[in-house]
Ligand binder design. Structure first.
Ligand SMILES: Cc1cc2nc3c(=O)[nH]c(=O)nc-3n(C[C@H](O)[C@H](O)[C@H](O)COP(=O)(O)O)c2cc1C
Length: 394
């Protein structure tokens, strides 16, 4: 029987934790509850003890024999914190371990899922958002709160996601674990910078979020990940082998070097098509009224890979602003791809720089799957579900 740990904090939505426990139990998953001291001001541990048949852990120093934050960490497949307060989110993002739950978080190696719940102002406060971003970049899965009637009487964002949705997300995460064990996945991410002079370059709006999110999903599934990344401000996932590059030529060199070892290659980086034909070692002075920068073609990395594809699975992203399916099909044929993922980069709210995306997946057989607008985490899940399906067909 699988077992998870459920961290419960002092939020008004604490009553929903009982329903979360029930949902897990319906799926034959055992739950061990950890409450913060403040959470016990809202509900007595007795309720959760009665539901789970196990002692609720609250204090670090009042447990029975053994170092429980270490022993329990080895027993569970997942740690879920629901509801998660702004306080616990801040503590986890900053390595504070001053009670059982925050100490336990540092000790676990399994996936961690957090479902925040709080007043809208608290949720949108830049420090809460910064903390959530940090946790996300460290691989914590955040189940976004919903918009609705809040306990404080206003309508806004901050309501704990529905228990059934939280549980479904956790189970899906546990089921995906290890499905790519033994596979090596090469992922490129971010933009490239094409140097003009000592301080200037030509680049594009890619943030690297999609590629980094794919890397995290592949790691969840037990894959070994080589992430070749152009310049980004993102924190790479802990367990990936990260290779940082600047230009398209550097990106090519590293992709070619690492390509052989990979089973799956996902070219998600927005590699510049052109670079300045000449670069200056020093800064170009503001002297002439007009200067010309001649651009020359960069090598097409994806096309090169397509020519020596062998039995690897080769996946390309296509950033398009129109004529999506037709252009993508052409690209797939020309570059010998197994799957092309089309991104509409003309919309401001999705694609480049955004946490959200909407894509069309087109495979070799012409099967087309269009997603809704979803977080890049959810998009990554859909892409890897498709990749696993294609792997089974090889
Ligand atoms: C009635 C009441 C409701 C609260 N609801 C929330 C909430 O939904 N989310 C939140 O982040 N904090 C909420 N708080 C504030 C937290 O309880 C407070 O920040 C506490 O220090 C968090 O402790 P913990 O994270 O250890 O449980 C609430 C406080 C009260 C008194």
């Amino acid at each position: 029987m699988r077992k998870i740990a459920l961290g419960i904090c002092s939020s008004i939505s604490i009553y929903k934790s009982a329903e979360i426990i029930r949902e897990f139990q319906k799926k034959d998953i055992k739950v061990r509850v950890i409450m913060t001291r403040n959470a016990t001001e809202f509900i007595q541990p007795l309720l959760f003890e009665a539901l789970t048949g196990e002692k609720v852990i609250v204090d670090q120093f009042k447990n029975s024999a053994g170092i429980e934050h270490i022993s329990l960490a080895n027993e569970i497949s997942l740690l879920l914190i629901a509801p998660a307060t702004a306080n616990i989110i801040g503590k986890l993002a900053n390595g504070i371990a001053d009670d059982f739950l925050s100490t336990f978080y540092l000790a676990v190696k399994c996936p961690v899922v957090i479902a925040p719940s709080m007043n809208e102002n608290m949720y949108l406060n830049p420090i809460t958002q910064e903390n959530l971003r940090k946790l996300k970049s460290l691989g914590v899965i955040i189940i976004e709160p919903e918009v609705g009637e809040l306990a404080c009487g206003v309508k806004g964002i901050g309501r704990l996601a529905e228990p059934a949705k939280i549980v479904e997300e956790c189970i899906s995460l546990m089921e995906r674990k290890d499905s790519l064990r033994g596979k090596k996945i090469l992922i490129t991410a971010g933009p490239t910078q094409e140097k003009i002079d000592a301080v200037r370059f030509i680049s594009n709006k890619s943030s690297g979020k999609m590629g980094y999110s794919l890397a995290r999903e592949a790691l969840w599934r037990g894959g070994e990940v080589i992430l070749i990344s152009g310049p980004t401000f993102l924190q790479p996932p802990n367990k990936a082998q990260v290779i940082k590059v600047n230009s398209a030529l550097e990106m090519r060199e590293q992709v070619i070097k690492n390509y052989k070892a990979a089973d799956i290659v996902i070219m998600c980086a927005a590699v510049a098509d052109y670079r300045p034909s000449k670069t200056y070692k020093t800064k170009i002075k503001k002297e002439d009224e007009k200067i010309n920068i001649e651009l020359i073609r960069n090598p097409d990395i994806l096309e090169e890979l397509g020519r020596k594809k062998g039995d690897k699975l080769l996946i390309g992203f296509a950033a398009e602003t129109g004529n999506f399916i037709e252009n993508a099909k052409k690209k797939m044929k020309k570059k010998n791809l197994d799957l092309v993922i089309v991104n509409d980069v003309s919309k401001e709210n999705i694609g480049f720089g955004s946490d959200y995306n909407q894509v069309i997946l087109i495979d070799k057989k012409g099967e087309i799957e269009k997603t809704k607008i979803l977080s890049k985490v959810e998009i990554s899940k859909i892409i890897f579900d498709k990749i696993e399906k294609l792997l089974n067909e090889i």
